[in-house]
Design a protein around this ligand. Sequence first.
Ligand SMILES: [Zn+2]
Length: 469
Amino acid sequence: MPTQRGLRAIAFTLAALTALAAAPARASEDIDWGAIGDEAVELLRQYLRINTTNPPGNEIVAAEFFAGLLAAEGIDAEVFESFPGRGNLVARLEGDGSRGGHIVLLNHMDVVPVSDEFWSVDPYGAEVVGGQIYGRGVTDMKADGVVQLMALLALRRAGVELGRDVVFMATAAEETGGVEGAGYIARRRPDLLAGVEYVLTEGGGGVRRGNREVHDIEFTQKTPLWLRLVAQGPAGHGSRAIEDSAANRLVRALDRVRTYRPPLQLVPPVAASIRAAARLEPDPTLRAAARRIEETFTQPEVLNVLSARMENMLRSTIAITMIEGSTKTNVISPRATAELDCRLLPGVDADLFIATLRDVIDDPGIEIETILRFDTSESPRDTALWRAIEEAVRRRDPDGVVIPSVLAGFTDSHYFRERGIVAYGWSSIVMAADDGPAHGVDERLTLEAVRQAPRLLYEVLELLAARRQ
Ligand SMILES: [Zn+2]
C-alpha cells in the first residue's frame, strides 16, 4: 500500500505523463543536434565494421543491427530475407494520413568489394583520419542509412505527430541490381509499397560551391541496356586459320561498335537540369546560353563547352566490357561472345537503339541478345517533397540552390518509379571536395558532414509529414 508521499509521487508522475502526451512536439531548434550528430558518427563507425560486401552481401547482420537500434527506441522493425543471408528491414512511424501517402527513406546495406592492397587503412575499420571517416560504403551508402535512421529517431524522440507514415527501408543487393532487395520488395512484398507516395534514396545530394550549398535532386536516370553479341563460325585447329571464325567475326563487329558514336542530343530532363544550373555559371555568355539551352544547344561554342563538361549526358554510350572466345590457345571456338554496357539517355528507345547497332555491325551472323534493360522512368518535380527539400535547404543557406539532375548510373529508384511512386535521389549529406570516391580506394567522408546531415533531413520530413495543428 503506498504511503501518502508515494501517492503524491504517483499523482505527480501521472500529471507529468499527461502533460507530456499533450505537449506540442519540440521544434527543430530545441533538439540537441550536436548530440544527435555524435550519435550518428558513433553508429556509423559500428555499421562500417559490419562487412556487407556483395557478393555475398550477408546483409542480414546489418538488418539485425538496425532492428536492435530501433527496438531500443520502441519501434518495431520487420526483418526478412529474400534469400538466405539477404536481409531487408522495414520500420515505420505511423501518421494519420492527413498530409498524404507514406514517405520511404530507402538505403541499401550492401557494399562493393575492395582491393585491400591499395587501401591506406582497414576498409572495415571505420578509422578516422584528419576529420574524415574511412570505410567501404561510407559514401555509398552507409552514412545515408545512419542519417535516415537518426532523422527517424529524432522525429520519434521529439514526439512529432505525423500526417503521413515515415518508413525506414534498408535493403540488400543494390550493388548487383537489387533483385534480392528493392526488386524483391517490389515483386514479392507489394504490401510494403501500398500507400507509398514518395521515396528518398541515393543519386543526389549536396556539395559546397564557393560559399553556397548546391543540392542535386536526381529525378531520372540513364537506363542500362546490357547486350551480348554472339558470333558463330566453323571450329578448328589453331594451326589453320579460318577467316570466317566466330572470333574473327566478333572482332570485326566490335571494331564497328567501337568506332560508332551515338549522336549528340539534348533530351528534356537534361535541358531542365542545364537551365536550372544556369545561375551558377560564372561566365555571362554561357549563363545566357544555358538559360535558352534548347535554342543554343547546336551553337559550336556551346556544344564544345557542354561536351567537355558532360558529354555522357548528351549521348547514349556503349562500353565493351566482356569478351570470351576459345578457352585454349590452339582451339578455334565455334562461338565467341562479347558484352556491351550501353547507357541510354532518358527517352531513347531501346528497340531503335538495338536496330541501329544491327546496322552498324552489318553482319547478319552476329546475334544480339538482351541481358538487362529497363524502360525510362521519370519522377515529376512539382511535388510537396521537392518543395520541402527546397525550403529546408534555403532555411539552412539562404543562397542555397536546388537543381534537378539526371544520373548517368542507375539506382533502385526505377523499381518505385515504374510503379508510379515519386522517387528522388537526394541525400542531406553535404560532401566536401575530397570525400569519396564511391566504389573506389580509401572511400571516406568528412565527419562534420555526417554530424550535420540528420538535421536537414529531419527538417525536410517535418515540413512534409508533420501533422498540421
Ligand atoms: Zn549505392
